[in-house]
Design a protein around this ligand. Structure first.
Ligand SMILES: *Cc1c(COP(=O)(O)O)cnc(C)c1O
Length: 218
């Protein structure tokens, strides 16, 4: 097996084991391969191995890599996982199927307007600033209810909640908190877990994990 094949098998195995430990179905967890800074050849290698969901964190990089890839591989779903400026909403709507970083009403409005023009609306996760960190993206926990109400009143399909725990702290309690918020607000999906912590995230209810370096190498 090539390195990429070994890494992919390991990630899939870890997801399956974590799901089993939590008595969950591994099929309920979407593996989003985070391909930022990785080239088209590495991406196509994973597509050939059955990976269907990819994540990018910058609109400009996605615009360079993905239009041709999408044309060659029509079944792919592309996820925007990084912070999104409202003035990039139109481009984001053209490029992405799913946006994980909706964190404010002004961005929601920009996405709705862009979706109306494009005739297609992205699926969205509302990103929560789960650790209450200063400069981090995400809506404050106290503002989550209002933002969810606004999304539900809009044309954008709501997939769930997304968060990134603070670096250097145990992620588990933050994943558990996000899962609790999703229950309280009646939201289903949970986008949480990266290369360092996706098995814990799956045990605590993740329905989408965003895995970069564990799949692509460094
Ligand atoms: C880069 C990134 C990831 C993946 O990180 P890895 O540690 O490489 O798995 C996940 N989510 C977001 C928002 C990212 O920017």
């Amino acid at each position: 097996m090539t390195d990429a094949a070994t890494r992919l098998a390991e990630v899939r195995d870890q997801i399956a084991r974590a799901a089993r430990a939590a008595q969950r179905n591994a099929g309920d967890v979407t593996l989003v391969a985070v391909s930022k800074r990785h080239n088209v050849a590495a991406i196509e290698d994973l597509i050939a191995r059955g990976v269907t969901d990819f994540g990018e964190n910058r609109v400009a990089e996605a615009a360079e890599k993905w239009p041709a890839l999408r044309q060659a591989h029509p079944g792919i779903r592309l996820h925007m996982i990084g912070q999104l400026q409202s003035n990039k909403a139109a481009e984001a709507v053209e490029l992405f199927d799913v946006i994980h970083s909706l964190d404010r009403a002004s961005l929601l409005e920009a996405l709705v307007a862009a979706g109306a023009k494009a005739g297609r609306y992205p699926i969205v996760y509302v990103q929560v600033n789960i650790g209450g960190e200063g400069q981090k993206g995400g809506v404050a926990i106290g503002g989550l209810g209002d933002l969810l109400d606004a999304v539900r009143a809009s044309q954008l399909p709501l997939a769930g909640l997304m968060a990134m725990p603070p670096k250097d702290l145990e992620p588990g309690p933050f994943f558990a908190l996000l899962a609790d918020l999703s229950r309280r607000h009646g939201v289903k999906g949970l986008s949480m877990g990266m290369s360092g912590d996706y098995p814990v995230a799956v045990m605590l209810g993740a329905t989408a994990v965003r895995v970069g370096s564990a799949l692509f190498g460094d």
